[in-house]
Ligand binder design. Structure first.
Ligand SMILES: [Ca+2]
Ligand SMILES: [Ca+2]
Length: 206
């Protein structure tokens, strides 16, 4: 009897500096070597793409385009509804509610450091989506950019407090710790765990 053993050898072509420049098994149409999928995965090939299944019926349970929107503007009996309403229906449903709530939070609200008056605040925050600039710096608010995205390290809760309570120049309710309530800071200056420097960039559990 003649036994024929087929041995797949995972080989790399290397340049003179021993750097891998191409791996033939990563494009041969079969899963071999250390691949975790066909021509992908393992230490020698590109990562395999993740195939998400979108079969079945999906139902919106929660949303948070901008942190703090439901927390600050939601009112008793409406918080679940805010989470369940699709963004394109939110303004029609919640704009008036949000403006009323803003004036409850600060009955003397006129405008804030980003130039929003009460109508602007209600109109823009009742559509709970995160705006992203295609061509400018990404910032929730850095003094010049306003809602052009969100960098993970930005203190977005303090931003919301500033816009609600800080008045036109950001000092309202926050001038004097002895006489004013100091409402533009939640006392949490940073995330509890450091953000990753690589994808997915989020902070690990702590
Ligand atoms: Ca292969
Ligand atoms: Ca904070």
């Amino acid at each position: 009897m003649i036994l024929i053993a087929l041995v797949f050898v995972q080989c790399k072509d290397d340049d003179d500096n021993d750097n891998a420049i191409y791996n033939h098994t990563c494009s041969d149409g079969i899963q071999n070597g250390k691949e975790t999928g066909i021509d992908c995965g393992g230490p020698d090939c590109e990562p395999c793409s993740v195939n998400f299944s979108f079969d079945g019926v999906f139902r919106q349970e929660d949303q948070m385009g901008r942190p703090g929107v439901n927390l600050f503007f939601g009112v008793e009996g409406l918080r679940d509804s805010i989470n369940l309403t699709a963004p394109h229906n939110m303004q029609a449903r919640f704009e008036v509610v949000f403006k009323d709530k803003l004036m409850v939070l600060d009955s003397t609200f006129t405008s804030n450091v980003i130039g929003f008056d009460a109508d602007d605040m209600a109109r823009n925050f009742s559509k709970d989506v995160l705006w992203v600039s295609y061509n400018g710096p990404t910032s929730y608010f850095n003094g010049s950019e306003i809602l052009t995205g969100r960098a993970l390290g930005e203190d977005v809760m303090d931003n919301m407090l500033l816009w609600i309570f800080g008045g036109p120049d950001g000092t309202k309710n926050n001038n004097d710790p002895d006489t004013e309530p100091m409402l533009i800071n939640d006392g949490v200056p940073a995330n509890d765990a450091s953000f990753l420097s690589t994808f997915p960039y989020l902070a690990p559990p702590f």
